[in-house]
Design a protein around this ligand. Sequence first.
Ligand code: ADP
Length: 441
Amino acid sequence: MKKKINKMLVLISALAILFTVILTTFVYYDMFRKQIVEDLRGYAYIARECETQEQFEKLGQQMRLSDVRVTVVDKNGDVIYDNEANQAVMENHGERPEIVQAFAAEEGDDVRRSETLAKNTFYFALRLNDEAVIRMARDAGSVYSILHKAMPSLIGTILLLGAMSVVMAHFLTKRLIAPIGRLASNLDESDDEADYEELTPFVTTIRQQHQDIMKSARMRQEFTANVSHELKTPLTSIMGYAELIESGMAEDADVTRFAGGIRNSAARLLTLINETIRLSEMDDGNANAEVENLNLYEMAKYCVEMLEMSAAKHEVQISLLGEACHVSGDRQQMEELLYNLCDNAIRYNNAGGSVTVEVKPVEGAPVLTVRDTGIGISKEHQERIFERFYRVDKSRSKSTGGTGLGLAIVKHIITGFGARLELNSEVGKGTEIKVFFPKES
Ligand code: ADP
């Protein structure tokens, strides 16, 4: 950017200098040309006033000293007087534009280029009487010769101003860019205002993005630490059981029990790994999501049937209410959503309690409700249970195979569906989770 600004500034000043010089030269040359013709005109009028031949010839000689050529041409175009050349050998002047003009309208003028480009000859002709015309002529440098003469000083000025603009451009761009550099190194200080008003929206966006990146990096770091920590417990228990069996201290009955323990811990490891993979997949965007039209009621029915065994084990009654409802989205994600909500409602329930799953449209939009008569969640925990690895009662969660990731996945899925979640819960009475899907268009 600095280089670009430098280049632009130098280019602009060089062009400005060049234009000014050329323009001034032409304006000046026009004035110069007018002045010469005006002078020649004055001389011609003075010459016309001469009363005698001697007077006229004397004037002619004086004019010669000032490099003005005086010629008198008669009606036939023959030169009858010339203060420089021999009139007898001069060619016919009858066709010259200034002479023709003067015979016709008293005055006439013309500028002709001489053989060399460097000189122009200026002519002014005045009618003396019906028989003759007097013509004054003078050579003067052409605009090219003026430009040519001015060239050394012109180049000097261009070089000088060019050098000045390089220096100025350097300092100017340095000053222009300094606030941007300062902002780049101060992205964290949100009260540090941008020096340029035009940069404010840009800086706000960059700051926002920077904060988001930092936050996401922190979250990933925490997540990795949490995952490693969570993996440790089942692995340690597997190692413990294995060591006991290895040492030969365990009786046959114990070995069977320990094998069960190992299987449980391994299952836990598998769930943890699977859920972690799901979450990171979802963090990277829903690349695998396939949108299709889902029959929510049928899917809820299947989920309830699948969980009946588990419900019976927890001595919980599970039932489904409602009617056919359609939602578009990814089938696997909807299955996960239903499973996680229903599974929690069973696991955090009391013996003899119940779980009710309801699917029905409300004002044309599908709503899924999972209600339980379980232990409930107190207000302070309600906000946090959607965080990764957050568990109200760690031991209860673990003993029922929980990982603390279920609701984090639910939250992700709901966002993907464009849905909204509502949580109502009271400790000791139960929990109700409602998912409002967007209206099908
Ligand atoms: P977990 O694998 O521990 O069940 P979740 O993310 O599914 O993890 O839930 C987070 C926490 O929220 C649970 O540990 C539990 O304390 C609480 N919770 C979730 N659902 C319910 C519910 N229906 N009733 C009471 N508490 C619940």
